[in-house]
Design a protein around this ligand. Structure first.
Ligand SMILES: [Zn+2]
Ligand SMILES: [Zn+2]
Length: 228
């Protein structure tokens, strides 16, 4: 279409992992495609950590699906989405999530796709929630319903400056499930941009399970745990 051609000329598509111009039909540029920080096969599917840290933590979620280590291009992509209004990167990034998801689980089992929420004032400031954008794009790809089912009640301190215990205390009781949604025996795909200690995903999982959810599969673009 002429419109698409013109759009391509004036607003060329940018690679989500490096920001360089890339081909319209691609999900990243050719250079990045050669060096994406894919997780190795041995990564723990229960906690999303490499090496596994399941013994130290009793997580409430059932699985973590993550295609990349939070490294190089992956960190760039997430920061651009979060802080530089590149929420449209979610469309291409969800391609890798879908691929990894289908590799690890049967997507037919999923009932609802949802995202880790932001509190309303934070979302208003940013204009969008990048995790929600990822959830929406991923849901489209796997043909599932995407719904906001969790709300963040209160503003919390920024997690990255806190240790694990502080993170848990900081998030305690800050999430709740929206009224009137029947989650009994459902399998939920819970999306976030990155998994670090897993505290945020775990707190959301606690409220989901309290509301009758059977299985929670977390899906994030990156994991900060690396093979050392
Ligand atoms: Zn690139
Ligand atoms: Zn583990």
């Amino acid at each position: 279409m002429l419109f698409d051609t013109l759009k391509g000329l004036f607003f060329p598509k940018r690679c989500p992992f490096c920001g360089e111009i890339m081909k319209e039909a691609m999900n990243c540029c050719e250079k990045c495609e050669q060096q994406l920080p894919y997780v190795r096969e041995g990564i723990c599917l229960n906690c999303g950590n490499d090496p596994c840290c399941c013994n130290k933590n009793d997580f409430c979620f059932d699985k973590v699906i993550v295609p990349f280590y939070y490294d190089l291009g992956c960190a760039y992509a997430i920061k651009q989405m979060k802080f530089h209004n590149k929420q449209h990167f979610a469309k291409n990034l969800s391609f890798y999530l879908e691929k990894r998801l289908k590799h690890c689980i049967d997507v037919n089992d999923i009932d609802i796709v949802t995202a880790v929420p932001m509190c309303s004032s934070d979302k208003k400031k940013r204009g969008y929630n990048q995790s929600e954008e990822l959830a929406k794009e991923l849901a489209k790809r796997i043909n599932k319903k995407c719904d906001n089912i969790i709300v963040k009640k209160s503003k919390t301190r920024k997690q990255h400056s806190l240790n694990r215990a502080q993170r848990q205390a900081n998030l305690k009781d800050c999430f709740k499930v929206l009224n009137g949604i029947d989650l009994t025996d459902k399998t939920i795909l819970l999306c976030d941009d990155v998994i670090t200690t897993g505290s945020t995903l775990n707190e959301c999982s606690i409220v989901l399970k309290k509301n009758g959810v059977k299985t929670i599969i977390c899906a994030t673009i990156g994991t900060t745990s690396c093979i050392k």
